[in-house]
Design a protein around this ligand. Structure first.
Ligand code: GDG
Length: 455
């Protein structure tokens, strides 16, 4: 058996630093199983011409091999095509998408440079697993360099219906390059179906069976592989020193009040303003909650070099200020809006101390916060997950309270239902979701894809 090569934009960490997400942990686990390389961007920007050398970091049988990119690469490939063109389009935000020729050229250039370097480390039996929208064309570029290894691709974010995707200039070339993969994985059945619909409607593709599609002269496996978390590991976090400390801190300020929690990178896809308005509506329509329920929103900033992102932070600060000004009392602040991150164990404590986890993305490939919230609950007195129907997680977490994040009144009414939900119903819903998440954890996700990729 050859080695496994995982390719993703951000690489590592190899050791559990406490900051690593479940995804990093799962990928290191599968790399350890067979030995392998994790390849991608170093996170560093360097001068033109000096990016040629790999940075290597090794821990036992797993190696991290990363490359720097240049300032132009950063602006065109990363901040440009990946985050200003593909991210908005794939999240159904045609209004925010920017189409700029240099973006696309930079994107191809970086993919090609990475493919060229990847090829130098390949042995014939190696399996390559490429992640996410940063690297759609890399498989096709490797094939045109003569690479015949098995290559799989997993998309972490949504794949929209053909009406949306066809708005992308040169969408046909992008999709065509995806057919170079042997296995293409999506987060949800919905996204998987969108991709197949595109192939059938736009590219004369043919459905062969449940999981095989023929297009552009190639037959490929196209399936949904919903990503999981390290359910068991995360469920243990609230009992750690750091977890207990957060629970204690929150209980001491809350007293008998209840807390709703939201945790998201600041991103327009996460529906945070919609969430604030729904919470405001809860206070308007169900005034008994004034003074008794508060919303804690943790929102570490991300991609602040992209304008749409810095704008949304200002909008949220304004909105929180307005709602607090309107409803706050001397001993109660309706919204606590924290613009920074917490360590994962602390986060688990925040989840555990909150009666409701409120997850309202307008579009999301999966949404791991929803799963983490469920994993962190006390099984004897669990909180309620209120979850957007537009998160991939809604296909699996069917016992959550599913909402339409655009329907402010409906979300407010669902929050009220969740606040009043009797303990038996809370336990029943939580138990069903937790059990499913124990079976379908991050490790199973990776193993399922790799089993299909191994053929
Ligand atoms: C993409 C897709 C898909 C958040 N705040 C803090 C913190 N986080 C962690 C969460 C969670 C992760 O970041 C966020 O994951 P999500 O899944 O919610 O969202 P994206 O970042 O948009 O991820 C998404 C995912 O890829 C995986 O395939 O589910 O749909 O968009 O783990 O806990 N972590 C720490 N402090 C924070 O303040 N330590």
């Amino acid at each position: 058996m050859g080695k496994l090569i995982v390719v993703s934009n951000r690489v590592g960490p190899l050791k559990d630093t406490g900051k690593a997400g479940g995804l990093a942990v799962a990928l290191v686990d599968v790399l350890r199983d067979r030995g392998g390389v994790w390849f991608g961007w170093s996170g560093q920007v360097s001068e033109e011409g000096t990016f040629g050398d790999f940075k290597i970091e090794r821990s036992r049988n797993v190696e991290m091999a990363t490359l720097d990119i240049t300032k132009a690469d950063y602006e065109e490939f990363y901040a440009g095509y990946a985050n200003r063109t593909l991210w908005p389009i794939l999240h159904y935000r045609l209004d925010l998408a920017e189409f700029d020729r240099p973006f696309e050229q930079g994107y191809r250039r970086v993919n090609e440079r990475f493919a060229t370097r990847l090829r130098t480390m390949l042995d014939p039996d190696d399996m390559i697993w490429i992640h996410d929208y940063h690297f759609f064309p890399m498989g096709g570029q490797l094939r045109s360099m003569g690479v015949e290894n098995r290559i799989g691709f997993f998309l972490h974010i949504p794949f929209p219906n053909p009406d949306i995707i066809t708005a992308l200039p040169r969408h046909a070339a992008l999709v065509r390059s995806m057919l170079a993969y042997d296995v293409i994985g999506f987060q949800s059945q919905r996204d998987r179906n969108h991709f197949v619909e595109y192939l059938v409607q736009e590219a004369g593709g043919e459905r062969i069976d449940e999981s095989r599609v023929m297009a552009f002269g190639r037959e490929v496996t196209v399936k949904a592989y919903p990503i999981g978390i390290d359910t068991e590991g995360f469920a243990a976090f609230p009992a750690t020193v750091e977890g207990r400390r957060q629970i204690q801190r929150i209980r001491s300020v809350l007293g008998p009040r209840k807390q709703i929690v939201g945790v998201d990178r600041i991103d327009y896809s996460k529906g945070i303003p919609h969430r604030f308005r729904a919470f405001e509506r809860l206070l308007e329509d169900y005034p008994e909650n004034r003074g008794g329920v508060s919303l804690l929103q943790v929102a570490p900033p991300s991609r602040s070099e992209v304008m749409a992102y810095s704008e949304i932070q200002r909008e949220l600060e304004h909105l929180a200020g307005q709602i607090n000004g309107r409803f706050a009392d001397v001993d109660w602040t309706p919204i606590r809006f924290i613009v920074r991150g917490f360590p994962r164990k602390a986060l688990a404590g925040l989840y555990r101390a909150s009666r409701i986890g409120l997850v309202t993305p307008l579009r999301d490939g999966m949404n791991l916060v929803a799963k983490e919230y469920v994993a962190a609950q006390d099984p004897e007195d669990p909180g309620v997950l209120v979850l957007s129907r537009f998160a991939g997680a809604a296909e699996e977490l069917r016992e959550s309270v599913i909402v339409n994040p655009y329907a402010t009144e409906e979300v407010a009414a669902s929050l009220q239902t969740a606040l009043q939900m009797p303990i038996d119903e809370r336990k029943h819903r939580h138990g069903a979701m937790f059990e499913r998440m124990m079976r379908n954890d991050a490790r199973k996700w990776a193993n399922d894809i790799l089993a299909d990729l191994a053929g």
